[in-house]
Design a protein around this ligand. Structure first.
Ligand code: GNR
Ligand code: NI
Length: 167
């Protein structure tokens, strides 16, 4: 297991579209374990492979208080969604920025687990928000891109300044 380096907005690699996993093998299980370790260390409630510059469709999520309910989704697909809800979001790739985003309130997601078995899950509330946020990463989309141009430009400038300061 290893803690991986998380890339930060506006790094253009965050806009890479992840490719589906063809075979769930030891390499993929190892990637999922590293993503989980990186998410817990951060700490965060979700992480997509895109954020560690691996462009395969793998995400991990754990919204539990105790940090012991890891969920791994390989090739996740939202097959149904209903309702709208607004929630404040943050992202490990955009540290220090918290903004409200409107997303579907309830989703049904289809994915493979670490054994390569297909499963479907109905999610609502924070879990639904988090899964949508992670699936967006796999599509090359970062949550700040839902905000106005004005807010996005301010965030971009803030991030660039932060990067310069930490160099
Ligand atoms: O840790 C995280 N918290 C969070 C809060 C509200 C909505 C989404 C998230 S996901 C984020 C971790 C992350 O960047 N995942 O990609
Ligand atoms: Ni994120």
């Amino acid at each position: 297991m290893a803690i991986l380096n998380i890339i930060h907005y506006p790094d253009e690699r965050l806009h890479t579209v992840a490719i589906p996993v063809v075979e769930v093998n030891e390499g993929i299980r190892s990637l999922a374990a590293d993503l989980a370790e990186t998410m817990y260390a951060a700490p965060g409630i979700g992480l997509a492979a895109t954020q560690v510059n691996v462009h395969k469709q793998v995400i991990v999520v754990d919204i539990s208080e105790e940090r012991n309910c890891l969920q791994v989704f390989i090739n996740p697909q939202i097959i149904a969604s209903e309702g709208k809800t607004e929630r404040e979001e943050g992202c490990l790739s955009v540290p220090g920025i918290y903004e409200k985003v409107t997303r579907a309130e309830r989703i049904t997601v289809k994915a493979l687990d670490v054994e390569g078995e297909l499963f479907t899950l109905k999610a609502e509330g924070l879990l639904a928000t988090c899964i949508q946020h992670e699936i967006d990463h796999l599509k090359g989309k970062v949550f700040v891109e839902y905000l106005s141009r004005l807010k996005l430009n301010r965030i971009r400038q803030k991030m660039v300044k932060l990067m310069r300061e930490t160099l």
